[in-house]
Design a protein around this ligand. Structure first.
Ligand code: ACO
Length: 277
């Protein structure tokens, strides 16, 4: 991607491959802990990828044996304790942007590929991504309590959004770790696979998404995020309006193309796969 809106490559790398943008947090020695460098680079990457045709799905993962050890206690917290509050707020705002505010409604589908250690602040973008696949052997932990802090930022909310109330309370209060298999059982991730299959399984999932109408996919995921907190009546109104908006604005007129391929040509079965694009 052209790096017009900021640079990256020092702390995060991007690799394009058949429509997938593999975005890799690249501080393996620090277990991919999130420092300010990652924050600025991730924002620049998201600016660029949202209009880069080579990216149809964004996968976020970590270099080496870690997904991410959470916020960098030294560079993100201790180093910013003494800077002017407005500068600290700006950094925190930029972090919230990439990890969840922008991530949750990113125009392209997003997948977290959890390859290893996943702690604390990493839960924000883990949950911020639409889907997640973990290595069975990845280790997760809400370790904040072990540091003497609460899971802040948006960690507590993220966990409550995905795990059951009892599981969320348990792991927030004990700080115990759990593995990828358990994360899948708790539905914090969609599934867990053997470490050697992780990349291939992620690629398969990405390819399924790439086969769908991208505009409608965007509308569908956005509707999921917003409908969650609405009343039934509000959701009914919103979803019908969103549906009309989708039909009116879909550049490939998918609804009618799909209908025609099924009803007139009888060339595909929508129950079993996407229409030909
Ligand atoms: N912040 C800053 N530095 C970190 C972090 C972090 N979150 N995690 C790891 N590092 C650094 C270590 O300080 C160490 O640096 P050094 O080589 O300069 O001494 C290096 O990464 C390697 O760490 P080790 O602990 O030696 O690695 P190990 O493989 O033995 O353990 C583990 C990995 C379990 C991830 C461990 O590093 C750890 O517990 N990290 C903290 C995890 C955590 O609690 N994160 C949540 C923070 S709170 C929040 O995000 C809001």
């Amino acid at each position: 991607a052209e790096q017009t809106m900021g640079k990256w490559g020092e702390y995060v790398t991007v690799e394009f491959d058949e429509g997938i943008a593999w975005v890799t947090l690249n501080r393996p020695k620090q277990r991919n802990a999130i420092n300010p460098g990652i924050v600025w680079e991730m924002n620049a990457i998201m600016d660029a990828l949202e209009e880069d045709e080579r990216c149809k799905v964004m996968v976020v993962t970590g270099a080496g044996e870690s997904f991410s050890a959470g916020m960098d206690l030294k560079e993100y917290f201790r180093a910013t304790d003494k800077v002017p509050p407005i500068q600290r707020e700006r950094l925190f705002r930029a972090n919230a942007a990439w990890q969840w505010r922008r991530m949750m409604c990113y125009p392209k589908p997003t997948i977290s590929m959890v390859n290893g250690w996943c702690f604390g602040g990493a839960f924000q973008f883990l949950v911020g991504c639409d889907l997640a696949i973990a290595s069975e052997e990845a280790i997760f932990g809400l370790s904040e309590i072990n540091w003497g802090i609460i899971p802040a930022g948006i960690v507590t909310k993220s966990v409550l959004e995905t795990m059951s109330f009892r599981d969320a309370m348990y792991y927030i209060m004990t700080g115990e770790t759990f593995n990828g298999r358990q994360a899948a059982e708790m539905k914090l991730v969609n599934k867990a696979v053997a470490p050697e299959d992780l990349k291939e399984e992620t690629r398969k999932l990405a390819m399924t998404l790439i086969g769908k109408n991208p505009f409608v996919l965007r509308q569908a995921k956005t509707a999921c995020r917003f409908t969650r907190d609405m009343s039934w009546e509000q959701a009914g109104e919103y979803l019908m309006a969103k549906s009309d908006q989708t039909e009116l604005r879909d550049p490939e007129n998918g609804r009618n193309v799909g209908m025609s391929q099924f009803l007139d040509e009888k060339s595909f079965r929508p129950g079993l796969g996407a229409y030909r694009r």
